[in-house]
Write a protein that binds this ligand. Structure first.
Ligand SMILES: [Zn+2]
Length: 68
């Protein structure tokens, strides 16, 4: 999914948690500076609280989601 499109969609609908990740206003604010986590297996980018640990990727199920 194109990153820009995803950001626009998230800003337009903060209640969208279709991928299983919670999106709150605090996380949305961070989208302007880039993702907080990236899956090392499939490259999926997450925009979450940087202190949060993402154990498994909601996209590919991989366990190598690392903070960036
Ligand atoms: Zn992944």
């Amino acid at each position: 999914m194109p990153l820009l499109k995803r950001i626009t969609r998230l800003f337009g609908d903060e209640g969208d948690a279709a991928d299983g990740t919670a999106v709150d206003r605090e996380a949305a604010d961070r989208e302007s500076v880039g993702p907080s986590h990236v899956c090392q297996s499939c490259g999926k980018e997450y925009f979450e609280n940087p202190t949060m640990n993402i154990r498994t990727c909601g996209n590919c199920g991989g366990v190598k989601v690392e903070r960036v």
